[in-house]
Design a protein around this ligand. Structure first.
Ligand code: B4P
Length: 192
């Protein structure tokens, strides 16, 4: 069993690459962003709450996100491992994830952190806005807020995994296939 944290700034390609990793390694893809968007689409109470933060480019509060993560993990006892995409985004989320996995007798094997410079992130998100209909991709001010929130609140989570010798930086610039190959190489080196 291997559990992977796929990390990076907004638009770094976490969702894009996670889809490829789950196929190759038979892992369960758990994207907190996708679960929030599902709830927004279905107009649940959680969706209404999440939307009020996401539309402004802010993080959904830890209390809500951690509860959601626990319930999603519990729903999949059959999973042979998870790819956590977009979680953890804060230190309390990282600690909570360690606790949840430890109760299940497992742990995070590695954090794969996609490294992409800011201007490229802006271009990717604005391009996705043309097709995604996502309010948080369409407004340059919201995109900037997401990047700033990443720098101030989320990037420090790297230190949590560096301290556990689980941090691996991946060059996130290049074709989607090239980046997938870089990720496969790092995972294979750890699980071999
Ligand atoms: P997420 O859903 O996690 O999404 P993301 O950061 O926008 O993007 P991702 O990195 O997955 O980008 P993608 O592969 O699609 O978060 C959305 C919001 O949800 C957050 O802002 C927050 O409000 C909330 N949220 C989620 N998790 C939370 C948590 N744990 N705590 C609190 N709040 C939370 O790639 C983007 C685009 O780039 C795509 O169009 C793709 O086609 C393109 N692309 C990908 N790779 C490329 C490449 N190599 N070259 C060119 N384009 C590429």
């Amino acid at each position: 069993m291997i559990n992977i944290v796929l990390f990076g700034p907004p638009g770094a390609g976490k969702g894009t690459q996670a889809e490829r990793l789950v196929k190759k390694y038979n892992l369960f893809h758990l994207s907190t962003g996708d679960v929030f968007r599902y709830n927004i689409k279905n107009e649940t109470e959680l969706g209404k709450l999440a939307k009020s933060f996401m539309d402004k480019g802010q993080l959904v509060p830890d209390e809500v996100t951690i509860k959601l993560l626990i319930s999603e993990v519990e729903k999949h006892p059959e999973a042979e491992g998870f790819i956590f995409d977009g979680f953890p985004r804060t230190q309390p989320q990282a600690k909570a994830l360690d606790e949840i996995l430890s109760e299940k007798g497992t742990s995070i094997g590695m954090m794969l952190a996609l490294d992409v410079e800011e201007e490229e992130l802006r271009q990717r998100l604005l391009k996705r806005a043309e097709v995604s209909g996502r309010a948080d991709d369409a407004d340059p001010k919201v995109i900037q807020n997401r990047i700033d929130v990443y720098k101030n609140e989320t990037a420090p989570v790297k230190e949590f995994y560096k301290a556990q010798n689980k941090y691996i930086q991946i060059d996130g610039i290049g074709s989607i296939d090239q980046i997938t190959d870089r990720l496969f190489a790092e995972i294979d080196a750890v699980i071999r």
